[in-house]
Design a protein around this ligand. Structure first.
Ligand code: HEC
Length: 121
């Protein structure tokens, strides 16, 4: 019964929003990275952070970045630490300011930036 309800709901959501309308917007991702001051720690190009102990984001896989940002957000909301929850005061505060769409957009933009993490093509 519950399973049927879930399936019906997801079909309805899929039909009303479609796939394309929730696609990441790369320009909006760059704008959000600037607006939220991510550059003050991770660097304007996201390839060189202000401290070598801060992670490099440029060229990281978008899926990984999305997962990380969502995990910080969950951690800030009080979820106990698990594989899908990150407890970090700094990033918890920043990720909490991001909508799901911000996270998708910023992750897509970061993944496209050249950096030492990316495989040269
Ligand atoms: C005050 C400094 C600071 C600011 C500003 C900041 N970060 Fe971070 N960020 C960090 C630190 C430190 C870590 C590592 C935290 C940890 O150990 O989990 C981190 C980790 C991350 C990670 C995880 C990377 C990985 O490889 O797992 C992502 C993604 C990230 N930050 C994105 C952002 C975004 C997007 C913004 C802006 C909304 C932002 N950060 C703003 C300091 C900062």
């Amino acid at each position: 019964m519950i399973k049927r309800l879930v399936i019906t709901t997801s079909v309805a959501v899929g039909l009303s929003f479609g796939g394309a309308s929730v696609a990441a917007d790369i320009a909006a991702g760059k704008a959000a990275y600037e607006r939220l001051n991510c550059a003050s720690c991770h660097g304007a190009d996201a390839a060189k952070a202000i401290s070598p102990t801060y992670p490099i984001l440029a060229g990281q896989h978008a899926d990984y970045l999305k997962h990380a940002l969502t995990a910080y957000k969950r951690g800030a909301q009080g979820a106990p630490a698990t594989a899908n929850v990150r407890k970090n005061a700094i990033m918890g505060a920043f990720a909490s300011q991001m909508t799901k769409q911000d996270i998708d957009n910023v992750s897509a933009w970061l993944a496209q930036q050249p950096g030492p993490l990316s495989v040269k093509k």
